[in-house]
Design a protein around this ligand. Structure first.
Ligand code: DGL
Length: 230
């Protein structure tokens, strides 16, 4: 807990919240958290050296994400937010066991929200990373939330997170152009925190589809954990 003395307020207590992503993607989550908790301190670990997380093996990812968590804890983080679908779907259980005293908040692909807000019979596309696409947790979320006639397809979008990280517009456009039958989807889930950064481009590629991302839900969960700790 950081205690500050200010002239007009005798004591101002503020919490340090740590945010972790493989790069700039987590800023889309941070923006929503700050709307709910504007007066806290934030430490943001952008692990662009190891971006993309989506192609890492599980042991590699566990090590990389643990290093990021250690960094945030060293900086005094009292809540650690994994602002990354790839890290969350694959490592959050491991991290909770390894750091039992640390309150973690994860970012899962917003499959529940997409299923709830789409018609039965809707075709839903999850734009993810390789890691998220193949994670057992993603399969569980589909099975738990899918309405009987909904069809959920998953595209791992190889290279897209890195292209966004590098602000490589030509690579982004090429990857989006390679997506097929984009007109058939009622709903598209932005299942990587990098993807809301190019939301307009994705919206153009999926005319008529509703785009869903989970950052507001993550922010609400951070607020809930924050209130529990205070
Ligand atoms: N932004 C991350 C996610 O939500 C990681 C992307 C990557 O590094 O592959 O999955």
């Amino acid at each position: 807990m950081l205690v500050r003395f200010q002239p007009d307020l005798p004591i101002f207590i503020c919490m340090i919240i740590g945010i972790l992503d493989s790069g700039i993607g987590g800023k889309t989550v941070l923006k929503e958290i700050k709307k709910l908790l504007p007066n806290e301190e934030y430490v943001y670990f952008a692990d662009s050296k190891n971006c993309p997380y989506g192609t890492k093996t599980l042991p590699e990812l566990e090590q990389i994400v643990s290093d990021g968590v250690e960094y945030l804890l060293d900086k005094g983080a009292e809540i650690v937010v994994l602002a990354c679908n790839t890290a969350t779907t694959q490592t959050i259980d491991y991290l909770r066991k390894k750091y039992p005293l640390v309150p973690f908040v994860g970012t899962e692909p917003a499959i529940k929200k997409a299923c709830d807000e789409s018609s039965d019979g809707a075709k839903i596309l999850l734009l993810a990373t390789e890691g998220t696409a193949h994670a057992e947790r993603t399969r569980e979320l589909v099975d738990l939330n899918k309405k009987p006639k909904q069809i959920i397809e998953i595209d791992a979008c190889p290279g897209l997170a890195r292209a966004i990280e590098d602000d490589n517009e030509a690579a982004i456009d090429k990857i989006l152009a390679e997506l097929n039958n984009t007109e058939k989807y009622e709903t598209v889930i932005l299942g990587c925190t990098h993807y809301p950064i190019i939301k307009e481009k994705i919206a153009q590629r999926f005319p008529g589809a509703k785009l869903i991302d989970g950052s507001v839900g993550v922010a609400k969960e951070v607020l809930r954990v924050y209130n529990e700790l205070n």
